[in-house]
Design a protein around this ligand. Structure first.
Ligand code: NAD
Length: 239
């Protein structure tokens, strides 16, 4: 295997499935038994902010308990043992990459342990409850905190940085994402156009797989550690 210098790893809900967290797919497009339009749109938040806060407060409790699995740990191993610039772009709002002690993590869809103040932009980091009464610790205004989750119709976070990473990577790995949520689903296209070798890790072929050079089917907790071992072995073998 060729030696790579810049690697981008895109992760989706599938990488956290073996940690016991439900994907959208596995639950017929529901997110923890809630319709996405009731909890993940800006209209829903405007209409009933308390309901939306309660959903994320409950989800937070579940995600706090989850532990990283072999796929998260394999990425950390790759970052520690492979001499490349390795960045993780995750669609997940859980913090399992952080728990696995990975670094260079970009949560493009936000993260569960944060709320953003719509008055001053302050990011509040908390695993505790946030609601319509919460006071922003920066501007002291109450009732303006929104879960720092990117709702449908909102801009993704870190896009300038991610675009730069995609244009300069020579290896792009997509793990456990169905490729139906845009613009993340099109990241592979950018990476491929700019010359990266592209791999998809999933249980099954996805509908948006045209730009992938390789498809590795199976549970990420099995396929990814094997792939990382192959990559680190290629360093020793010099091939
Ligand atoms: P998705 O639910 O649409 O798709 C998950 C994909 O992972 C599917 O293609 C499935 O075949 C695959 N998969 C399932 N188990 C796998 C395994 N063990 N190994 C490899 N692949 C596996 O998820 P998505 O594409 O990430 O998009 C859904 C959106 O939902 C994201 O934006 C994300 O923010 C949000 N979400 C996040 C979480 C989380 O943070 N853990 C959980 C559910 C949904």
């Amino acid at each position: 295997m060729k030696i790579f210098k810049n690697i981008v790893i895109l992760t989706g809900a599938g990488i956290s499935a073996e940690s016991g967290l439900a994907t959208f797919r596995a639950s017929n497009g529901l997110w923890n038994n809630h319709k996405v339009e009731d909890v993940a749109t800006i209209e829903a938040f405007q209409k009933n902010p308390q309901y939306v806060h309660e959903f994320y407060n409950e989800l937070k409790k579940e995600l706090v308990k989850a532990k990283p699995n072999a796929a998260h740990l394999a990425i950390t191993k790759l970052q520690n043992e492979y001499p490349a610039d390795i960045n993780i772009v995750t669609q997940n709002v859980d913090t399992l990459h952080e728990k696995a002690k990975s670094k260079n993590i970009y949560h493009v869809h936000g993260q569960i342990n944060q709320a953003v103040c719509l008055n001053c932009g302050h990011i509040l980091e908390t695993f505790g409850d946030v609601d319509t009464e919460t006071v922003c610790p920066n501007c002291q205004v109450a009732g303006m905190m929104k879960p720092n989750i990117v709702f449908f119709g909102e801009n993704l976070l870190y896009m300038d940085k991610v675009d730069e990473l995609l244009r300069s990577c020579d290896l792009f790995l997509s793990i456990g994402t169905s490729g139906v949520v845009f613009p993340a689903a099109a990241f592979v296209q950018t990476a491929k156009y700019y010359g990266a070798l592209t791999y998809e890790f999933n249980l099954e072929p996805t509908s948006n797989n045209f730009y992938f050079d390789h498809h590795i089917m199976g549970k990420a907790g099995v396929t990814l550690p094997a792939f990382v071992d192959e990559m680190t072995a290629s360093l020793k073998n010099g091939d």
